[in-house]
Design a protein around this ligand. Structure first.
Ligand code: SF4
Length: 144
């Protein structure tokens, strides 16, 4: 069955059974996360049909599997972050980062759709125990 996939680096949307191994737009390897039709269409500027929190929580676990990062094991923190993201989706149309402010500039704000390109954040790349701005994703090495 075909699903929607979004490159977390450049927001390229792919519809297919599996995501491409290499993003054809930014050439990043293993960069796709499964998203709802709502999010895919939102990114492509269309609309409708949503995914629930449990499905999103599952999707980010799959996204992080076998990568250099993993989803934060702190359930309370994750619940809080998902709450913020889903509030942003209700209020602003997409699951924008729960700890950063959108600017109401669609192109700029696309860089804040979760998961964002957190591998380039100072909080992630410059630290042994790095994490994304909100701590949703944590470097695996810091937990092992
Ligand atoms: S900083 Fe973390 S929580 Fe925020 S959008 Fe990026 S990956 Fe998601």
């Amino acid at each position: 069955m075909k699903k929607y996939w979004r490159c977390h680096v450049c927001n390229d949307i792919h519809l297919g059974v599996k995501p491409p191994e290499i993003c054809p737009t930014c050439l990043q390897k293993n960069a796709y996360v499964e998203v709802s039709a709502h999010e895919a269409r939102g990114v492509m500027s269309v609309a409708e049909t949503s995914v629930d929190k449990a499905a999103f929580a599952e999707a980010i676990q799959v996204f992080a599997a076998e990568r250099e990062f993993r989803v934060n094991p702190d359930r309370e923190r994750i619940d809080l972050l998902l709450e913020g993201m889903f509030n942003n989706e209700s209020n602003h149309g997409l699951k924008y980062c729960p700890c950063r402010m959108i600017e109401k500039d669609f192109e700029k704000d696309l860089t804040l759709v979760c998961p964002c390109n957190f591998l380039i954040h100072d909080t992630y790349k410059d630290k042994e125990d790095g994490e994304c701005w909100c701590g949703l994703f944590i470097k695996r090495s810091s937990l092992e």
